[in-house]
Design a protein around this ligand. Structure first.
Ligand SMILES: Nc1ncnc2c1ncn2[C@@H]1O[C@H](COP(=O)(O)OP(=O)(O)OP(=O)(O)O)[C@@H](O)[C@H]1O
Ligand SMILES: [Zn+2]
Ligand SMILES: [Zn+2]
Length: 832
């Protein structure tokens, strides 16, 4: 078969029924490029498709005569060429198919909902054009000529003319009409119901019940003007109650326009702040260097990194470029999004997986328009199709949620962002108070390479020369704004507390700190790693532990407040049951719970420090949409003295009135069977500690532990991050763990126990025979938790030298039986 000009195209068809790529023939005169939006026949339909790959030979399993032709090109150059290069790179590096990457990157229904239109180009049309055209084309032409704008949707033309597709193509080929995708009309303003208190009833008014008065006074405490939904949540009442208050003329319920991004109703504007000297240096570096560079912005907690982002972005927008801001979890950082919206108004778009398909689609179509905008989003937003990208910011770069564990592609948004910055030639800013070992080591490497550059390089040294490494800047914000001191950290040995007879979960220091805090009307944050009440329930007579029937993990005890139902829940699969009154194994009634969680802390406060009002901030209390924001707002407004929460507290909470941070037990974080446990524990503890003393009052942190000597605890206490990272790096080096070496994890899962095990063994044996000496094979072993949600899980870990190319493993999936699934995780973060 002759090669040369491509004659076929593999396309991604926009239909739920479509699987993989479909091959189409290219009609002789039709020019198609990768990324073009096509119209193709699919069954009896004509559907939208994206050209993925041009082929000069057809797939061997298809007879060329059976391959149907592309009907038309609807839109060219919708995505920039670098965008496709990015997707291809992701597919290659993370060992998955391009189509799988496209499914991750593109919102569902992108093409299906797109509006194909045809527009007449009247100046190009010669007199008596009809003479040159087929009847179908004549029909299309006359339809267009009769319309005022000379413009119709394809759909309309198809209804009016037989063979419309061919007719359209003929007009387009001659340059007499052009086909395009209609951009969405500006979204209709969304409307939402709001409640406003308009009248306070007199105390004598007999028509108003006690409960109704309560609701009114609660509403007034929140300013008397709320969204209905928030009001219902806040007052714990029903819309029927609200309506009856409205009928009595005490409040008004009305529809009001919502800003495109549902924020709190009263978000004001915000102006650039006068920068501190280190902020100034950082912003200047980012303004001068506009081409590709990796910038590690290492700013201690409360040093004002956000202001640097804002002022680095502003000139890019002014120059007509866009900015991409990636954050770990959108719901957890309403303050960050608010700051961006206050500064840049409606040029800010929030993009995350919580959006509906329609919202995502709209956001995409607007990005493709190329107007300068700021997109703030989670991991998958790294694929936002912004055509004029001027800067990428990855906030809290150390955060593990930038990595996708499954499904494939198991990508790390930081890695993808680096490629993207390189392809689009713009800086990537990695902001954090606790740099990841990866970013910090890369920074060190670069610094070493630069320091040795002036000498004539030896042949070996050239591979490490600064020229081959991406350009990097290291920017430090060493102090908090306004010279506020970092909060001192007191480590409390809980063993000593026990010795003197204190059995409470609060040490004497923490207790007295909380009491002082309360007397000064300040606020506090209590951190505990687990949600729920207790981590497991076991029988004191026979030792039986209550386990999840679907997973190999113990059930956690949940009781939302004292007196509420006693529940057992699985934190892996969500299974729940009532706590049995007696031990299912021996019928004893002594079931006891062990290990504290947020609910236990909340109950301990109610019992031991009853004057403290408390709010709980964990995934149980923040499940509803907007609940994070609502809870944080209640806390900010002083509705509680302490906020008790999990990991969620670590992210970007900036409240000046918080002076005390208590870490109830650091120990749970310290003993994880994972080579990253220390690094993660250090990050979490430092970030939580950083919530204290951000306002005018100095803060303090009390860290409780049974192991005060632990090096992580010591490092958190001294905040000597350079020392911590250096030691950590040496340990990784000694074991060839990342970033000194590299890992690839194969996860093999199946509902069939034996199949999972056998497949893992087969794959490992197969790999053993073909890996070169740069790689070693660990396993197969059962995953640390063998069974989750009824699937058995086995693992094979590949460990390689940092410079070794990753072996191609894409053929392994074919060796798995039908009911066994294989995930290839390159650079895994989570080995569980
Ligand atoms: N130049 C400045 N002048 C005055 N206030 C500032 C300045 N820069 C930042 N701030 C304020 O300081 C506070 C801390 O800033 P920000 O939240 O950006 O810190 P951060 O470095 O992101 O902290 P963290 O990593 O702990 O989340 C904010 O309230 C911010 O408005
Ligand atoms: Zn028992
Ligand atoms: Zn379970």
């Amino acid at each position: 078969m002759s090669s040369g000009a491509p004659k076929w195209v593999a396309a991604l068809v926009d239909s739920v029924g479509a699987q993989g790529l479909y091959t189409y023939r290219l009609p002789p005169d039709l020019k198609v490029a990768v990324g073009d939006i096509l119209s193709v026949p699919f069954g009896s339909q004509q559907l939208g498709a994206i050209a993925i790959q041009l082929l000069s030979t057809p797939p061997p399993d298809l007879a060329p005569a059976d391959i149907r032709p592309v009907a038309a090109v609807i839109s060219r150059g919708m995505f920039s060429p670098t965008y496709w290069q990015l997707l291809e790179r992701v597919a290659a590096y993370y060992q998955t198919s391009l189509i799988q990457v496209i499914r991750t990157a593109l919102p569902p229904g992108l093409l299906g909902r797109s509006q194909r239109r045809l527009r007449l180009l009247p100046d190009a049309i010669p007199p008596e054009a009809e003479m040159f055209l087929s009847p179908a084309a004549v029909c299309v032409l006359s339809q267009l000529q009769q319309s005022a704008q000379g413009d119709y949707t394809w759909q309309y033309l198809r209804q009016k003319c037989r063979g419309a597709y061919r007719g359209i193509q003929a007009l387009v080929d001659r340059g007499w009409a052009e086909s395009y995708l209609a951009l969405p009309t500006p979204p209709r303003p969304q409307r939402r119901q709001a409640v406003t208190v308009v009248q306070v009833p007199t105390p004598e008014d007999p028509t108003v019940t006690k409960r109704q008065r309560e609701v009114l006074s609660l509403l007034q405490r929140r300013g008397g003007d709320l969204w209905l939904q928030e009001a219902l949540q806040y007052c714990r009442t029903t819309s029927a109650t609200m309506r009856s208050l409205a009928r009595k003329g005490l409040l008004v319920i009305e529809e009001r326009e919502v800003l495109r991004q549902p924020a709190s109703p009263e978000l004001g504007a915000d102006h650039p702040k006068v920068l501190t000297a280190p902020q100034q240096t950082a912003v200047e570096t980012l303004r001068t260097d506009q081409s590709f560079a990796m910038v590690l912005l290492h700013g201690v907690t409360g040093s004002g990194k956000t202001e640097v982002y804002l002022q680095a972005i502003a000139p890019r927008l002014a120059a007509g470029q866009s900015a991409l801001v990636l954050v770990p979890e959108i719901g957890l950082t309403p303050q960050l999004t608010d700051r961006f919206q206050q500064r840049f108004g409606d040029r800010v778009y929030v993009y995350h997986s919580g959006l509906s398909d329609g919202e995502r689609y709209d956001a995409w179509r607007r990005m493709l328009q190329g107007e300068p905008m700021v997109v703030i989003g989670t991991r998958s937003a790294v694929f936002s199709p912004l055509p004029q990208l001027g800067i990428i910011i990855l906030d809290e770069e150390h955060d593990g949620s930038f990595k996708q564990d499954q499904p494939m592609p198991c990508y790390h948004a930081r890695t993808v962002a680096q490629w993207r910055a390189e392809l689009d030639d713009c800086p990537l800013v990695l902001g954090t108070a606790t740099p990841s070992l990866e970013s910090w080591s890369a920074q060190q490497l670069r610094a070493i390479a630069e320091a040795t550059e002036p000498q004539p390089a030896s042949p070996e040294a050239t591979s490490q020369s600064a020229a081959t490494l991406p350009p990097r800047h290291y920017l430090v914000l060493p102090d908090r704004v306004h010279q506020r001191p970092p909060p001192p950290i007191t480590v409390v040995d809980m063993r000593l507390e026990l010795q003197i007879g204190n059995r409470s979960i609060f040490s004497r220091s923490l207790r007295s700190a909380l009491e002082t805090m309360k007397s000064r009307e300040e606020q506090g944050i209590l951190f505990i790693q687990r949600r729920g009440h207790s981590s497991f329930v076991s029988c004191r007579e026979c030792g039986h532990v209550m386990m999840c029937p679907h997973c190999d993990v113990s059930l956690s005890y949940h009781q939302s407040r004292s007196g509420a139902a006693e529940m057992l829940r699985c934190h892996y699969c969500g299974f729940g049951q009532m706590q049995p009154p007696r031990c299912p194994a021996c019928d004893s009634q002594y079931l006891k719970h062990f290990g504290s969680g947020t609910q236990r802390v909340e109950q301990a406060i109610a019992q031991e420090l009853p004057e403290l009002r408390c709010l709980r901030f964990d995934s149980d209390t923040t499940r509803a949409k907007g609940a994070h924001r609502a809870l944080l707002a209640r806390f900010a407004q002083g509705e509680a003295d302490v906020l008790v929460g999990t990991q969620m507290l670590t992210k970007g909470i900036d409240l000046p009135q918080v002076t005390v941070v208590g870490i109830i037990a650091a120990d749970g974080l310290l003993y994880m069977a994972d080579y990253r446990a220390s690094e993660r524990a250090f990050q979490v503890l430092t970030q939580v500690a950083g919530r204290a003393g951000r306002g005018e009052q100095p803060g303090r942190v009390i860290l409780q532990t049974y192991n005060p000597e632990n090096p992580v605890v010591q490092a958190v206490k001294s905040q000597d991050i350079q020392h911590f990272l250096t030691t950590e790096q040496q340990q990784r080096q000694a074991l060839d763990y990342p970033p000194a070496g590299r890992l690839v994890l194969l996860r093999i899962t199946s509902p069939d126990r034996a199949a999972a095990e056998h497949t893992a063994q087969d794959l490992a044996a197969h790999l053993a025979s073909r890996l070169d000496e740069a790689w070693s094979l660990l396993g197969p072993v059962p995953a640390p938790i063998l069974r989750v949600a009824r699937r058995y899980r086995w693992q094979v870990l590949l460990k390689g030298a940092i410079a070794a190319p990753i072996p191609d493993l894409t053929d392994l999936a074919k060796q798995c039986p039908a009911h066994v699934s294989l995930t290839i995780d390159v650079d895994p973060l989570n080995l569980m």
